[in-house]
Design a protein around this ligand. Structure first.
Ligand SMILES: [Zn+2]
Length: 311
């Protein structure tokens, strides 16, 4: 069977590849999308986009459509039902800057919540397509993310569970309970359990005499709930995250976090070794990011660049 650009089966016959009707927040996506895990993940992205970035409009949202990539030879990911367009008239193909910097940061946050299994056309290195979202990985990873979304607790603002009813958290977890742990540990509370959170949890566990496995399970939750060994600010307070200004020669966990975020959010041009060492390669990627984001291109990661990276 033919495949679309992302490797998923494509067909001019939509029923042969499980295309089903699709709508988000009452807005129809003519053409539909591939049912099951793809619909769950794209549905999450579109719904969060609608709630947090910009309200969807109709007509203007689209799904499955068997066609070549405009101006190219390979089949568009719309041909496999693994791509959607959001509010097309507002975000025309090829036009850059149809979203504000804050909106772009929010889009990247949403994509991080689905482990970047979805790619945004605004991040294309060639001609940008800011209306466009597409599945950018294999069925296995999409299934993992879809299961987490269906399991609940993965929304942007679920209520933090009470003591004794905590969800077990680890690398890849997202949500308000992750932010709760991050605030407790005194690190940036972005609600995404990434490498920096993993490191902070392990340090806390080590200092508390717990098994330092980076997994916030019942024992670690119990210690956090007890308030013992509290390393940072009060639980529940919401300090503005402060991040060090980084430049060539900087080292440490913040550099590693930056490198990891650049790699996961901008795989088109960021392939850094996340070694916590801000060398020439990291500087080059930072400059490229700044150039694309319309920031001052100085290779220095200060508050503006941190914010645009999505922190
Ligand atoms: Zn599209």
């Amino acid at each position: 069977m033919a495949t679309s650009q992302n490797g998923w089966p494509a067909s001019p016959n939509p029923s042969s590849i499980d295309i089903a009707a699709f709508s988000v927040a009452g807005i129809p996506f003519p053409g539909g999308v591939k049912s099951g895990d793809v619909a769950t993940v794209l549905g999450y992205v579109a719904e969060q986009f609608h709630n947090r970035v910009e309200q969807l409009i109709t007509p203007g949202c689209w799904g499955y459509n068997y066609r070549p990539i405009s101006g190219g030879n390979s089949l568009s990911n719309h041909s496999s039902g693994t791509a959607i367009d959001l509010s097309a008239p507002r975000h025309p193909l090829g036009q850059r800057g149809t979203f504000s910097g804050a909106q772009v940061a929010e889009i990247h946050r949403i994509l991080a919540e689905v482990d970047n299994t979805v790619r945004w056309g605004g991040d294309y290195t060639g001609r940008v397509d800011e209306m466009h979202m597409e599945i950018n990985t294999d069925p296995g990873r999409v299934a993992t993310v879809a299961a987490r979304i269906r399991g609940g607790g993965d929304g942007p603002t679920p209520q933090p569970p009470g003591p004794g009813h905590h969800r077990t958290l680890s690398r890849g977890s997202t949500g308000a309970d992750v932010a709760l742990v991050q605030r407790y540990l005194g690190i940036a509370a972005d609600g995404i359990f990434g490498p920096a959170t993993d490191a902070a949890v392990r340090t806390y566990q080590h200092n508390q005499g717990l098994t330092a496995d980076g997994i916030v399970g019942p024992a670690t939750w119990a210690r956090i709930d007890s308030g013992l060994g509290h390393p940072g600010t009060d639980p529940g307070s919401d300090p503005a995250p402060t991040r060090p200004t980084l430049r060539k020669g900087s080292t440490g966990p913040a550099v590693r976090e930056l490198q990891t975020r650049l790699n996961t959010s901008y795989p088109a041009y960021s392939h850094l070794v996340a070694d916590g060492d801000f060398g020439p390669a990291t500087e080059q990627v930072v400059r490229e990011f700044q150039r694309r984001a319309g920031l001052t291109v100085d290779g220095i990661v200060g508050p503006h660049t941190w914010a645009r990276v999505g922190f």
